[in-house]
Design a protein around this ligand. Structure first.
Ligand code: 8YV
Length: 350
């Protein structure tokens, strides 16, 4: 019958979430077959006439896809907090709504951010390599072998500053985790348009019980002042290579850089050189520009002071289940014209 609606789901969301969709008898649920995952041709072939599409970060939602879908399309639901793979003006022009998955992954990504800060500072990659290669038995010990900078404040009279490029939900959850480490100061930068707010900073300072939390006067000031820098801003053209050679040259020699946002924010070649030449101590990255085409010869993978993870920030069972459930519910709300749990306001963005 003509009243049935098609939804296209790019990846099997598993036995806990797929039934939410399949239980709706008004829907034809078309799922990307496992063996053809990531094949755009399949998506373009099945999207015509769809009322909703549930996509992942790697599925580009552009004019081509929207044109193929046609006027039946009401909603795109992405299983991600990031949406730089989605052409927002094109969606707005067609009155297609966008659902996404903020909040549910904040804690998981903040956890990995702290993990990478510790791993990078404490030489996890080099030292685990020693064990893995069977070299531990023959390694002579000396008081300062394997030592790296301490994230925790080493004494009550010292200070520790955490810098944040981007100060949204995930950055603030990361800072909250650092409070027990004795971090005393936080510096942050947000989008260039937003004005500094002393009142907001005073409120953050109280909220985190630090000596001070304040917006840095410039990226350079943040680079110079921070013992650890967390890159936690959205991706896209506006933030491309905010961490470049200039930034890296201004970092403390003992500082650590962590990127759990998007690979595009960091110039990977500049970072590899910076690590090689000792401009900073170490780095931990969960994301790399051009991923997943990051082989073992990649300069950051080759760098002993750079921990590289394959984009696992949100990869806990609980979080991925939360993201999949939210994405499925956003899809349903979109096709049935109901309020979404997490909808991006396209008018405010385009
Ligand atoms: C996901 C992410 O792994 O949510 C995001 O924006 O980058 C990660 O949480 C990925 O997007 C899954 O689609």
């Amino acid at each position: 019958a003509t009243s049935r609606m098609k939804v296209v789901v790019c990846r099997d969301l598993g036995p806990d979430v797929m039934p939410l969709l399949r239980a709706r008898t008004e829907l034809d649920v078309v799922v990307w077959p496992e063996d053809r995952a990531c094949e755009r041709a399949w998506l373009l072939e099945h999207v015509p006439g769809a009322a909703g599409v549930l996509v992942m970060l790697s599925d580009k939602v552009n004019e081509e896809l929207l044109d193929k879908a046609g006027p039946t399309l009401k909603v795109v639901s992405t299983m991600s907090v990031g949406y730089e793979h989605v052409d927002l003006p094109a969606l707005a022009a067609r009155n297609v709504r966008l659902g996404y998955t903020p909040d549910v992954l904040t804690d998981a990504v903040a956890d990995v951010s702290v993990m990478l800060a510790l791993m990078a500072g404490r030489n996890a990659k080099e030292t685990m390599g020693v064990v893995q290669r069977g070299e531990w038995p023959n390694t002579s010990w000396s008081p300062f072998s394997f030592c790296g900078p301490q994230l925790s404040r080493p004494s009550p009279s010292s200070t520790r500053t955490a810098g944040f490029i981007g100060f949204g939900r995930i950055a603030r959850a990361t800072l909250a985790r650092l409070v027990p480490f004795g971090i005393t100061h936080a510096l942050y930068t947000t989008s260039p348009g937003s004005a500094p707010s002393p009142a907001q900073d005073a409120q953050y300072t109280r909220q985190f019980s630090l000596t001070s939390v304040r917006r840095a006067g410039s990226l350079a000031a943040l680079a110079r002042g921070s013992d650890v820098v967390f890159v936690l801003a959205p991706g896209g053209a506006a933030t491309r290579h905010v961490v470049d050679e200039r930034f890296l040259r201004q970092m403390k020699r003992t500082a650590v850089l962590v990127n759990t946002a998007r690979g595009t924010l960091v110039d990977a070649h500049a970072l590899a050189r910076a690590l090689r030449e000792g401009w900073l101590w170490g780095a931990g990255v969960d994301v790399v520009e051009g991923e997943p085409a990051v082989g073992s010869a990649h300069p950051l993978v080759q760098e002993p002071r750079c921990v590289v993870l394959p984009h696992i920030g949100s990869a806990t069972t609980e979080t991925r289940l939360g993201m999949a459930t939210l994405a499925a519910n956003n899809l349903l709300a979109g096709v049935f014209g109901e309020a979404m749990q997490a909808e991006l306001d396209l008018k405010g963005r385009t």
